[in-house]
Design a protein around this ligand. Sequence first.
Ligand code: CDP
Ligand code: MG
Length: 151
Amino acid sequence: MAWERTFVMLKPDTVQRGLAGEVLARFERKGLRVAALKLISVSQEQASRHYAVHEGKPFYEGLVQYIRSSPVVAMVLEGPDVITQVRALVGATRPNEAAPGTIRGDFGLDISNNLVHASDSNENAAFEIGVYFSEAEIVSYERDSDKWLAS
Ligand code: CDP
Ligand code: MG
């Protein structure tokens, strides 16, 4: 199966709680390949583009405020069926519904501090990658291990 890309963000609570390495390690251990990675403060423009889909919802203002409240780690991950694979590792949106073993199930208590954003479709992944990364920041490469992970 072809390797695809997704956009993942370790939200402010993950960075503030010192869990960024632990969460990234889960993606690495799964076998996913990091194509881009950076610590940033999300701008108002990036937040409103990223979350335009939620504009008008009751949690929208709080969500934009939260995502801009402290630095985040933004990344592009690659793998076969990567959107589904990453969302399975992340778990349900509400941490109290997320299965143990998932990131939100293991580390989260509350929906407004649910640790990770992960794209939910190829189309949204392409859009969200473009909100946070330039083409030049995304690195194409192969690892020797790739052939042992998927054929
Ligand atoms: O992140 P995910 O795709 O699982 O959920 P979403 O429905 O796309 O919502 C985006 C984000 O908005 C969530 O991850 C939460 O951080 C936030 N949210 C919230 O604070 N309260 C809600 N009732 C729903 C979502
Ligand atoms: Mg979503």
